[in-house]
Design a protein. Structure first.
Lengths: 347, 408
């Protein structure tokens, strides 16, 4: 009996020590999960742990500020580092959900793409919304956005993210609007009507998805012949699972992905150190080894080999008809356009 | 005299003992009641309260929200109101309350967020004529519309979320107007939610009644085996069952492959991402509730009634309709009520198996909560859902009587 107690006591002490150590040196990070989380772990988290001894606990979410907002309101932020889309990075900063960063810790930032550093968040990569098809199932290869909307030449279901974002841009591009003019047209009521009219033409053949990992799955299941997807998800399905998917870059809608530190983060200082660490060109350039997302600074791009560069959204061959997502436009108009989109979906 | 006192004493002692027991029983239940209050009732009430709260403007701009009510809503507000706005704006930006306000106002009027942020950035430290100074920053300040929005936002508590949840709003003249057809979402979604729930309830009843009868009337050994087939799905995770249906129903899935292989069809049937998928998935998931509710009542019906009816010469159909069926009604009522109310709040199954036209109200509440951060509208929509559920409860109570319900 005594003996048992001794063991239990020792175990308890050991457990407390481990827990204490873990609490002191763990950054709780939340990302979009899946292939991106795995890539970030190999490219950023593991090297940072090796250098500083600070560990990471990983969590996944589907974007949006709801959970963060609830945590900050309850004054119990359990995240230290957050992976953000552009609109959330900007709104989060405006609404006091993210901490201001000391940008001097980043060193010389002159080679970052303009707009990829904000007071509360630093961009870590460029990702893109593209469409992909299964080459074993389509006789002729689609090459343009117009083909995605062409049911006669390419019959079959289309997978789209259930959101007006990127989808409305695509409808206009398919309808002949130049990539540079998309937001000018979408900013007018007539332009919005035009986009919905174009979507009407394929509505009955659209399958809607919500989580990023559903997109390659729909294509693999044969539930759709073409699918809108985040480019990294498609290239990973090709690279790691040998899927016969082909990415079409025409009309790609690209955006930055950001790191931010939530207000009230318990290991916020360690998270800030991590942001400065991963912004170094030699660290940033590692990510593209594991997933086809491009670094936001040219010094990091120089470190990537030519073969990998070809699969990046920013490669010259892919970048011809690209649209950069207009974040201010969407922060202003998302609510109104989403209402219209939801009503249109149900019609 | 002594006798009565004695009796009074005894009666009093008895009452006291009863009260003490009641108190003790209540004391035992206190932890549970407190738990329910803290973890269940209070959060729900707080969420519902958000449907009428409108604190953003008064928090960010106390001077403006106190003075803008005086404006009659025609033309432009006078200089004192414009000056109050300009005086409040820097403070709001500093305290971090401008962001939540911008989000709130953008729900009223698209592009209000950028208008407010831009104005805050470019606001001069002082001006003689604030109305002109604001109009110089952005010409929209020279129109009454943004001022009307600020005036609406100053009203707390507000009816606006509750109106928006019914696709209506207060127009510029003050009357309630319906939103244009291409922005009307929620009334249709409520209608669709009720319709899907009703169809699912009907399907569960049609499929569940015979199974319950079989369970109640088979020899115990066989009934036990059959019961396992009902209970195991009941215990299986909702998500697992929904995903399993996706695997079965998809175009390249088991059912379609089988149909094509047997030559019954050449093209895969559209079984998923539409209403068919939602109805199949929800009916399957809710079926055990119906079966178990009816079964528990059928189990208590003595077979002698039917035997008596038949021996007195009733046709089996007549005997079933007039003797057996009425006795099972409490179970049928309980099953229908349970299935219908559970179906009203369904979320995962329609999200995974449904298409564009099958969104139920919980999905729209989730979008407002998670994506739009419009917790006011989410609270208002939830309030209607709770209200409609209560209405159904009272209708049901009138028709069947809750005291007659039997869940087993």
């Amino acid at each position: 009996m005594k003996f048992d107690k001794g063991i239990a006591g020792a175990a308890l002490v050991a457990g407390l020590c481990i827990a204490g150590a873990a609490r002191a040196e763990t950054i709780s990070v939340v990302t979009f999960g899946g292939a991106y989380e795995a890539a970030a772990k190999q490219a950023y988290f593991d090297p940072f742990t090796k250098e500083t001894g600070t560990g990471f606990s990983l969590e996944a979410y589907d974007g949006g500020l709801a959970k963060l907002s609830a945590m900050v309101e309850a004054k119990n932020t359990t995240w230290d580092l957050i992976d953000l889309e552009s609109n959330d990075a900007i709104a989060g900063c405006d609404e006091g959900l993210l901490q201001k960063l000391d940008l001097a810790t980043l060193g010389d930032t002159s080679d970052f793409i303009p707009g990829s550093i904000t007071p509360c968040a630093v961009a870590t990569m460029v990702w893109s919304t593209v469409f992909a098809y299964d080459k074993t199932k389509l006789a002729t290869a689609p090459t343009s956005m117009a083909d995605f909307f062409d049911l006669k030449a390419f019959p079959g279901k289309r997978g789209l993210r259930k959101s007006p974002k990127a989808t409305l841009e695509w409808a206009l591009i398919a309808d002949g609007v130049a990539a540079a003019d998309v937001y000018k047209v979408l900013g007018t009521p007539a332009g919005v009507d035009r986009a919905f009219k174009k979507l009407d033409s394929i509505k009955k053949d659209i399958v809607w998805w919500e989580a990023g990992s559903q997109a390659p799955q729909l294509l693999a299941d044969g539930a759709v012949v073409m699918v809108q997807a985040y480019n990294g998800r498609i290239s990973n399905a090709v690279k790691e699972q040998g899927k016969p998917f082909v990415t079409v870059w025409d009309g790609q809608v690209y955006d930055f992905e950001w790191w931010g530190v939530p207000t009230g983060a318990k290991s916020g200082d360690a998270a800030k150190k991590f942001i400065a660490f991963q912004a170094k060109p030699e660290v940033l350039s590692q990510l593209s080894k594991y997933i086809a997302y491009a670094p936001p600074r040219s010094k990091a791009v120089e470190l990537i080999d030519a073969e990998t560069l070809k699969g990046m959204p920013t490669a010259p061959a892919n970048f011809g008809n690209a649209v950069q997502i207009d974040v201010p436009f969407w922060t202003d108009n998302f609510d109104a356009l989403n209402k219209r989109f939801t009503a249109w979906l149900a019609q | 005299m002594t006798v009565t006192t004695d009796r009074d004493d005894r009666a009093g002692a008895f009452r006291r003992a009863r009260r003490r027991d009641a108190r003790r029983a209540f004391a035992l239940a206190v932890p549970l009641l407190a738990f329910l209050l803290i973890t269940f009732i209070a959060p729900i009430v707080m969420l519902l309260m958000r449907g009428v709260q409108n604190p953003e403007l008064s928090r960010a701009m106390p001077v403006l929200s106190a003075s803008i009510g005086a404006w009659d809503g025609t033309g432009l507000p006078d200089e004192t109101i414009a000056a109050a706005f300009a005086a409040d704006l820097p403070g709001a930006q500093e305290s971090g309350s401008l962001g939540p306000l911008a989000r709130r106002l953008n729900f009223y009027l698209p592009e209000f967020r950028s208008l407010l942020m831009k104005t805050a950035r470019r606001l001069p430290p002082a001006a003689d004529d604030w109305r002109a100074a604001l109009a110089a920053i952005d010409e929209r300040w020279a129109t009454p519309e943004p001022w009307r929005v600020l005036q609406r936002a100053a009203i707390n508590p507000t009816p606006d979320y509750l109106l928006a949840a019914m696709d209506a709003k207060v127009g510029p003249e003050g009357g309630v107007t319906a939103a244009p057809a291409d922005e009307s979402v929620y009334v249709d979604a409520f209608g669709r939610t009720f319709w899907i729930s009703a169809v699912v309830t009907f399907l569960c009843l049609v499929f569940g009644y015979p199974v319950a009868w079989l369970l109640a009337n088979l020899p115990p050994k066989q009934a036990d085996r059959l019961m396992i087939l009902v209970i195991v799905p009941f215990w299986t995770s909702l998500l697992v069952r929904t995903t399993a249906w996706y695997v079965l129903l998809q175009p390249g899935g088991v059912i379609n492959s089988l149909l094509i292989w047997t030559g019954l069809t050449t093209e895969p049937l559209p079984l998923v991402f539409n209403r068919t998928g939602v109805l199949i998935g929800m009916t399957h998931i809710l079926l055990p509730f119906m079966i178990l509710a009816i079964y528990s009542v059928m189990k208590g019906i003595s077979p002698t009634y039917m035997r008596a009816a038949l021996s007195l010469g009733a046709h089996p159909v007549v005997a079933f309709l007039r003797i057996y069926l009425p006795q099972t009604l409490p179970g049928v009522g309980a099953g229908c009520f349970l299935v219908f109310v559970l179906a009203l709040g369904y979320y995962i199954t329609p999200a995974l198996l449904g298409g564009a036209g099958d969104e139920m109200i919980s999905q729209l509440i989730a979008i407002q909560t998670n994506q739009q951060l419009n917790w006011g509208l989410a609270g208002a929509l939830s309030a209607y859902l709770v209200l409609f559920t209560l209405v159904f409860y009272f209708i049901f109570n009138k028709l069947v009587g809750v005291d007659r319900l039997r869940f087993g």
